[in-house]
Design a protein around this ligand. Structure first.
Ligand code: BJW
Length: 232
């Protein structure tokens, strides 16, 4: 792809599916066992903190047991080799991009392996349970919640994301259904800014018509092939 220097890549649950982490909206997806509003909203957490802590304790354990796949590793290789600007914006809370070698990365929906203290605001890397209400290592209060962006909350890093999209020559969306905003709107913003837009997904996403090109298939095949093209 000639003339491309600045790249923004948006990833979703589909990129981690082949690492054994369930997506959200598939028939056997994460929401199948729960009502979304019960486990992914601040109101749900206030209503039943034990249910929410149990849900994210299980997700945290699954993340730690998973390994990056060929798609994560290909993006790590691109990040390492690409001289221009590059930002990988992930909606995923797993750390498979990091373990796949990506450094220019932003977790817009938070991180499974982080806990956020509602008493003092500190964030701590967390690999164990939050169900037994452990004290915050900074202030000692038992007010830790998963460091996750739930519905109705402001995603992280929006200024940095919008700035990167405004300068992007290429916007690539990988493994996301396009069902959740503001991420679902990035393709339109990228197009308005003059970027070329490419979708890599198992099936067409909800906003598929906004993309200049859609390649359909598994991320573990499509992403390495696309990265090869970019580095040729
Ligand atoms: C493969 C594959 C393979 C499978 N290879 N592909 C009405 C209109 C517009 C907006 C709203 C509205 N009402 C409310 C809103 C706002 C709301 C929203 O969008 N709601 C929608 C339901 C409409 N959004 C919010 O509240 C957000 N905050 C917000 O808007 O703040 C205000 C604001 C204002 C202005 C600027 C900025 C902000 C917060 C959203 C928080 C989302 N949180 C969650 C849960 C927490 C994280 C976690 O627990 O993990 O994030 S919801 C859930 O969905 C999770 C995901 O990150 C997110 C996106 O899902 P994703 O990744 O797309 O997964 P799936 O399962 O949907 O799709 C997987 C895809 O992969 C599929 O397409 C498959 O085909 C594909 N696939 N295997 C390639 N092997």
């Amino acid at each position: 792809m000639d003339g491309i220097r600045n790249i923004v890549i948006l990833t979703g649950a589909g990129i981690s599916a082949e690492s054994g982490l369930r997506t959200f909206r598939a028939d056997d997806g994460l929401w199948e066992d729960h009502r979304v509003e019960d486990v992914a909203s601040p109101e749900g957490f206030r209503r039943d903190p034990e249910l929410v802590q149990r849900f994210y304790d299980a997700r945290r354990a699954n993340v730690m047991a998973a390994e990056p796949n060929a798609a994560h590793r290909a993006l790590g290789r691109l990040d390492d080799a690409w001289d221009g600007e590059l930002l990988i914006v992930t909606q995923n809370i797993d750390d498979l991009h990091e373990r796949g070698g990506a450094g220019r990365l932003l977790h817009m929906h938070g991180e499974a392996l982080s806990a956020w203290c509602l008493a003092c605001g500190a964030r701590h890397r967390w690999t164990g349970t939050l169900l037994d209400e452990p004290p915050c290592p900074t202030c000692g209060e038992a007010e830790l919640r998963p460091d996750i962006v739930w519905f109705g909350e402001m995603p992280y890093g929006m200024d940095r994301i919008f700035a990167a999209i405004a300068c992007a020559d290429l916007f690539v969306s990988i493994g996301t259904s396009g069902a959740v905003y503001p991420a679902a709107g990035f393709v339109q913003q990228a197009k308005s800014a003059g970027a070329r837009t490419l979708e890599l997904n198992l099936e067409h996403s909800q906003g598929s018509h906004w993309f200049d090109e859609s390649r359909l298939g598994a991320a573990s095949a499509l992403v390495p092939a696309w990265v090869e093209e970019m580095l040729r």
